[in-house]
Design a protein around this ligand. Structure first.
Ligand SMILES: [Zn+2]
Length: 256
């Protein structure tokens, strides 16, 4: 039996995700943006929430946690050790290299600081799934709110090294705006142009642009391509350290 995924558009542009293990009945919610929608999706599928995996402390990712905990007393809430004080309702504190079990599924924890100081992402290697929170978006990345650009860059390098077929679910539907910016950096990148057209079609039908894949992001996301000669030339930094090129691209996006 294959793992079931439900992608839940929440709030204005957030995504919640449910991951269900049919072998054991275990079900995890990735973050808790909007508890009412998460509860409805659980009901529709006949699932009981067993795990809540938090990526970072921002309110739009954690605000449903207390309500879900009250509704499911056995819920195991997992989240970043470095943000435990800000989140306040975690049962299990995790960091780089830890394993989180959701029934028979196993996630590996990746520390991805940058957007926040202690953000973690969850990689399920057996299912080829990654939940990248507000670190990696399709065609974009999070703002570096709580760490220097170079720290966020080193987090993105770790995500880019995951197997190419890994399906990526991130925390927001920002892809169309990200595509507009990405095309200012690499207007002639065929993978980016094709993805931008696909995204325009999907959004015109109000459909999600997720999941993406690590391979697709490596080919089209300028924030993962700071080492590519075409990207370096586009920002006038041929031969520069990719961390510096990334910082320039991130700074341009901040002003975009
Ligand atoms: Zn955030």
């Amino acid at each position: 039996m294959t793992t079931s995924i439900r992608l839940l558009p929440c709030l204005t542009d957030n995504y919640g995700v449910l991951v269900h293990d049919p072998a054991t009945g275990a079900t995890a919610s990735i973050d808790a943006p909007e508890p009412g929608l998460i509860l409805s999706a659980l009901d529709e599928n006949g699932w009981t929430l067993s795990h809540l995996l938090i990526t970072h402390h921002h309110a739009d990712h954690i605000q449903g946690g207390p309500e879900l905990k009250a509704r499911f007393p056995a819920l195991k809430v997992v989240g970043p050790a470095k943000e435990a004080a800000q989140i306040g309702f975690l049962d299990t504190l995790v960091r780089e290299g830890d394993t989180v079990r959701v029934g028979s599924l196993e996630a590996r924890v990746i520390d991805t600081p940058g957007h926040t100081r202690g953000q973690v992402n969850y990689h399920f290697p057996g299912e080829a799934l990654a939940f990248t929170g507000d670190t990696l978006f399709s065609l974009g990345c999070g703002r570096a709110f709580e760490a220097p650009y170079a720290v966020l860059w080193s987090s993105l390098v770790k995500l880019a090294a995951l197997p190419g077929e890994t399906k990526v679910y991130c925390g927001h539907e920002y892809t169309q705006a990200n595509a507009r910016f990405a095309l200012t950096i690499e207007p002639d990148n065929p993978a980016l142009k094709a993805r931008a057209e696909e995204v325009a079609r999907l959004r015109a039908e109000n459909r999600p642009t997720l999941p993406t894949t690590i391979a697709a992001e490596r080919a089209a996301n300028p924030f993962l391509r700071a080492a590519a000669p075409s990207v370096q030339a586009a920002v006038g930094m041929a031969g520069a350290d990719p961390a510096d090129v990334f910082a320039e691209i991130r700074a341009r996006k901040d002003r975009f």
